[in-house]
Design a binder for this molecule. Structure first.
Ligand SMILES: [Fe+2]
Ligand SMILES: [Fe+2]
Length: 193
């Protein structure tokens, strides 16, 4: 990922497209929260999460346009969408196998946990590598918020695991790592293009 990010950040136009893709991913995340656990009036923690992810999508898009002008394009938008959708679908299936039924909150908690872990591996690294001061500063705020999400959601997942029907997060982690690797493979190909 480090090499990939170094390549992306060495060209402004490329970094603008990358930021737009990150914005798309954050937007999908926010939309999923809205479509699932926000159907009724949600808890403060869920509402905060929804608000933050929407803000991340907005801030990342704003930076994307600051670097690349209006509509700078994407880096592997279809593959980014597929990463998220496949993750959500596979985790949902896995949970259903264990619980014998679909559980919206458990699905939300597990997918969020995986996404937050990925975000906390990716954003700090990206912040270290980018040469853009604006990006570094805005990422600081995003990282702080993702840290809070992670603490909240890890506690929820721990509680679900302690109930014993689902024994471990490991299979989900393996799944996410594979899907993210596929996404990175597409990015590499696109950059080499
Ligand atoms: Fe986010
Ligand atoms: Fe988050």
């Amino acid at each position: 990922m480090q090499t990939l990010l170094a390549k992306i950040t060495s060209h402004r136009a490329l970094e603008a497209r990358w930021l737009n893709t990150l914005s798309l991913l954050e937007h999908i995340g926010a939309r999923k929260i809205s479509k699932t656990v926000c159907q009724d009036h949600p808890s403060l923690a869920i509402m905060e999460h929804f608000h933050d992810e929407t803000r991340h999508a907005y801030v990342l898009k704003k930076m994307s346009e600051a670097l690349g002008g209006e509509n700078p394009g994407y880096l592997c938008a279809d593959e980014a969408v597929s990463y998220f959708q496949m993750l959500d679908h596979s985790v949902c299936q896995l949970i259903e196998e264990h619980l014998g039924c679909n559980n919206t909150f458990t699905n939300y908690a597990f997918v969020t946990c995986l996404i937050e872990r990925r975000a906390m591996a990716l954003y700090p690294l990206y912040q270290k590598i980018t040469k853009e001061t604006l990006v570094r500063e805005e990422l600081e705020g995003i990282i702080n918020e993702e840290t809070n999400h992670r603490i909240t959601i890890e506690a929820k997942v721990k509680k679900i695991l302690s109930e014993g029907k689902i024994k471990s997060l490991e299979p989900c982690l393996t799944l996410e790592a594979k899907l993210f690797e596929t996404f990175c493979g597409s990015l590499e190909k696109e950059i080499r293009g």
